[in-house]
Design a protein around this ligand. Structure first.
Ligand SMILES: C[S@@+](CC[C@H](N)C(=O)[O-])C[C@H]1O[C@@H](n2cnc3c(N)ncnc32)[C@H](O)[C@@H]1O
Length: 363
């Protein structure tokens, strides 16, 4: 037997398996999207216990010829941990049957739960986010430095696409995805609540529909919270005495307050634009002197402390931000360059909520 050839063959087949895993990663994402669109998690949740294939197909109103398809979809989704497979006793002494239950990730798809992340699945796997990748070679070879992949593929920026009259459903979808992320944040916020203590006013810059401000307002009703975003996002929203919505442009100026919150904002922008936003934030808190602060909630890429899977997720996020907005997820050194570049004197990073970090920035 020729060992060198057999080693080579085994390396080759391992490499092929490895490559195919990367190629077919998308099938897992698409199977998850189908499960979300079908409402499989909601059906299991309403059933109140693990559900058999036939029961599930009936509740989902599937055509009887598609039961085998549902079985195969669930075979993948239970294998990868999104759903659980178990057995339930058969009816009237019949044999046990396979049944499907929820797992922690699929519980996040149940629409009646406050921590539902179905809008994120819908938004992240929307055709507008996927189709642009077909233009990546054109984008990388064309001589237009600031054009995003999204613009190169569609001829308009993602913000233009969202704000078009005809695409108002897409704007709602995007805002719902942001609101879902903020809702989820409720738990993480408990760990970071101390950063809001002692403040009398706070501006939530690019705060969307105010999901996060509402949580802060619930916990600290005496803080005067202002949600500051584009007119088309906040014009129709109203709050109360200590929660108000103000329309404006963060590149022009930001209303004054003790503190500014930037959650999930700076990663949408390149360094030059982020510097401009941070300088406007510094101006907004200048009335509070050294006691003012900017509270940033974002990803910190940290390959030395994070495990491989978490870093991979953060790096994937980075490419999403790059392709849609020319934005970026940043490493510690890049955060420092921005913070000191905008004229702040110190900062403190606290990891929260798995993927995100809380970065307090001081004048
Ligand atoms: C990724 S979302 C973040 C929303 C919110 N901070 C959250 O975490 O739910 C970015 C927000 O930036 C807002 N935005 C974009 N350009 C803006 C500008 N020039 N001034 C103010 N807000 C802006 C968008 O309308 C959008 O709501």
């Amino acid at each position: 037997m020729d060992f060198s050839t057999s080693n080579e063959e085994s390396e080759l087949s391992q490499a092929q398996t490895e490559l195919y895993k990367h190629v077919y990663n998308f099938v897992g994402s698409m199977a998850l999207k189908s499960a979300m669109e079908l409402g499989i998690a909601d059906a299991i949740h309403s059933h109140g216990k693990p559900i058999t294939l036939l029961e599930l197909a009936t509740v989902l109103n599937l055509h009887p010829s598609k039961i085998g398809v549902l079985h195969r979809l669930l075979r993948l989704l239970t294998h990868n941990g999104l759903f659980a497979r178990t057995t339930v006793p058969g009816i009237e002494g019949a044999e046990e049957e396979t049944a499907y239950g929820l797992t922690p990730p699929s519980k996040l798809l149940v629409k009646s739960n406050s921590t539902c992340l179905a809008p994120i699945v819908k938004g992240a796997l929307h055709s507008s986010s996927l189709d642009m990748w077909g233009s990546s070679k054109k984008w990388l070879t064309e001589d237009k430095e600031d054009l995003t992949l999204f613009e190169s593929a569609t001829g308009e920026s993602f913000w233009e696409f969202l704000n078009k009259e005809t695409e108002s459903d897409t704007l709602s979808m995007f805002q719902e995805a942001m609101a879902a992320d903020s809702n989820m944040f409720k738990l993480a916020l408990k760990e970071g609540m101390h950063v809001f203590e002692g403040l009398t006013s706070l501006v939530d810059v690019a705060g969307g529909r105010g999901g996060i401000s509402k949580l802060i307002h619930e916990a600290f009703p005496d803080i005067k919270c202002t949600v500051f975003d584009q007119p088309q996002v906040v014009a129709s929203l109203s709050g109360d005495e200590n929660l108000n919505f103000v329309a404006g442009d963060m590149f022009m100026s930001i209303p004054p307050a003790d503190a500014v919150l930037l959650k999930w904002v700076l990663h949408d922008w390149n360094d030059e634009q982020s510097l401009k936003i941070l300088k406007n934030c510094k101006e907004a808190i200048s009335g509070r002197g050294k006691d003012g602060k900017v509270i940033i909630i974002e990803i910190l890429i940290d390959e030395t402390s994070d495990d491989r899977e978490l870093t991979e997720l953060k790096l994937k996020y980075d490419l999403v931000l790059l392709s849609m907005f020319n934005g970026k997820e940043r490493e510690k050194k890049e955060w420092e360059e921005l913070i000191y570049g905008a004229g702040f004197s110190s900062y403190k990073i606290t990891p929260i909520c798995g993927i995100k970090s809380l970065i307090e920035v001081f004048p």
